[in-house]
Design a protein around this ligand. Sequence first.
Ligand SMILES: Nc1nc2c(ncn2[C@@H]2O[C@H](COP(=O)(O)OP(=O)(O)OP(=O)(O)O)[C@@H](O)[C@H]2O)c(=O)[nH]1
Ligand SMILES: [Mg+2]
Length: 244
Amino acid sequence: MTSFDNEPAVAHDTLAVVPTYNEAESLPVLIEHLMRIDGLKVLVVDDDSPDGTGQIADELAASSDGRISVLHRTTDRGLGRAYVAGLLEALETQARFICQMDADLSHDPSSIPGMVRRAADADVVVGSRYVNGISVVNWPLRRLVMSLGANRYVRFVTGIAVNDATSGFRCWRREALAQIELASLRSRGYSFLVEMLYRVHRRDLRIAEEPIIFVERRHGRSKLSAGVFLESLWTPWRLRFGRS
Ligand SMILES: Nc1nc2c(ncn2[C@@H]2O[C@H](COP(=O)(O)OP(=O)(O)OP(=O)(O)O)[C@@H](O)[C@H]2O)c(=O)[nH]1
Ligand SMILES: [Mg+2]
């Protein structure tokens, strides 16, 4: 993992929420990098991963001086549901900034301090793959075309003015996160990310985009199912014409 500039590795009053499902190989590496950021705390939200990620997270937490905590979920698996549980728990802490990021090493921890700094004058900072051209490493063209297409689709249907509305790398100012009424978000899968941003858009909160370099996962597998894919086609329309 690289550092892209000379920012100090500091993120005080910040909690990173990391959902995991079968990330046994990636999580220890991610945590090692996150722990190098001064002041940063981490909440792992594991959905009873069959590969033992939850237990690994517990072991990492036990030797972390209280910087790492773990939320174990056993029912109602799904990225959206895991995020709701994790982010609500994050709001119970004193953290002023709450980040969300993937566990599979696609999101570089060294981007966090810069994102937190930008959250000083934005309500949410989105780590964007598409803000200065395209910054994605090791994606097959098919995947890139799909992601760019999904973003166009979301922008067209919902009017959210963000280049990368499906990015899972974000940093929230706590007051903004508290305003979007997490408990009533409905998406179960990846659409959750779009649904969250739609609430930000509707409430006229300030969105900033910070360029990130996204690196394709090396370990483990993608969890994109047909149901989750269909949900992501339908959700923008539901947001536009439904209650939100
Ligand atoms: N707790 C929980 N975490 C999940 C679930 N599904 C995915 N995740 C985690 O959410 C993050 C994003 O999922 P990924 O599978 O990496 O999704 P992606 O980045 O679109 O796809 P690939 O990286 O190409 O596999 C990762 O940290 C996953 O481990 C789930 O049902 N529950
Ligand atoms: Mg991933």
